[in-house]
Design a protein around this ligand. Structure first.
Ligand code: NCD
Length: 315
């Protein structure tokens, strides 16, 4: 039996062929949003059964995946709140659950509270495992839609990416920055400068810091989120404090978008946020033309459709 193509890490996106997946995302987006007549979703999931296993809360990731599975002709099995409604509550190991579910489905979308869970699942699954977030670890499909959102706006440019907030436990930032580091120097090496804005207690993990520097990305860190921090920014990526992972922020207001920061942010910049948002991203900014977070969430549909299409067309 061939080893299934898992998507456990941002690294798997590169191995699968990121350029093709980005282009496929754009094509699907164009077909669905801009074609006259019926939206055109790929039908590569016809007759496929996809398992959706969520051991941790989710709105966008879960529902966007499930929406595209259905739109692409597939069917879903699974459970939200898998911690309570699967045999996990009876003490079954993740390994055993995955061994069984992979007999019942053609792919498994897994979100779990523990870092490394997706990797563990991939070891026991005979079908592709897609990591929909594992604790403070990774969130590769979020990195895909985030990178797509940057790429569709800034392809061929030299991007300064400013990440703000909980850089310690925010897995979306981990996957996006690791992806940017590994793409540096390639045709997709759009991100040349990364500016980290976080309180010392929630700073970017040192290994990631070293990875970015080793990749030749110009990296700077500050604990002050102010007008100076965003002056040269193309992409401002805000994040919430991951309280459920023990993150504590002294002053949430000190890491929130405010009017003086919005004024200093260049007119051509975009503001991203993986959502859900708390205080760091006030709703008054929603009507600003630089607000890109709802488009970013919508891009999650097209990016996940493109990824599934790639996995199911070339299993
Ligand atoms: C993120 C996550 O789950 O990591 N949400 C998402 O998938 N869009 C961000 C977060 O929870 O803060």
């Amino acid at each position: 039996m061939r080893t299934p193509q898992h998507v456990v890490s941002y690294r798997d996106l590169i191995d699968i062929g990121l350029t093709d997946v980005l282009q496929r995302t754009k094509d699907i987006k164009d077909d669905v949003l801009y074609m006259r007549g019926e939206p055109q979703w790929p039908d590569s999931l016809t007759n496929a059964v996809v398992a959706s296993l969520f051991y941790e809360a989710s709105t966008r990731t879960k529902l966007s995946f499930e929406s595209v599975v259905l739109r692409m002709g597939g069917r879903l099995i699974g459970t939200e709140n898998a911690e309570q409604f699967s045999s996990a509550i009876k003490g079954e190991s993740l390994a055993d659950s995955i061994r069984i579910v992979s007999m019942y489905a053609d792919a498994i979308i897994l979100r779990h509270v523990s870092e490394g869970a997706a990797n563990e699942a991939a070891r026991f699954s005979t079908v592709p495992v897609i990591n929909a977030g594992d604790g403070a670890g990774e969130h590769p499909t979020q990195a895909l839609l985030d990178f797509f959102t940057i790429w569709e706006r800034f392809a061929d440019s030299d991007v300064t990416l400013t990440v703000v907030g909980d850089l310690k436990n925010g897995r979306t930032v981990h996957s996006l920055l690791a992806l940017a580091a590994d793409l540096s120097g390639s045709d997709l090496g759009l991100v040349s400068r990364v500016r980290c804005v976080a309180p010392a207690a929630l700073a970017l993990p040192q290994p990631l810091h070293e990875r970015l520097t080793a990749a030749g990305i110009d990296l700077a860190q500050t604990d002050r989120f102010d007008a100076t921090a965003v002056k040269e920014t193309n992409v401002l990526y805000l994040t919430r404090t991951q309280k459920e992972r023990g993150s504590v922020i002294g002053s949430q207001a000190a890491y929130a978008l405010n009017e003086s920061i919005a004024t200093a942010l260049p007119a051509e910049a975009i503001v991203m946020h993986p959502l859900p948002r708390n205080e760091e991203l006030p709703t008054w900014f929603d009507t600003d033309p630089r607000a890109r977070y709802f488009t970013q969430a919508e891009n999650g549909l097209f990016a996940r459709a493109a990824l599934l299409d790639t996995l199911f067309q070339h299993p």
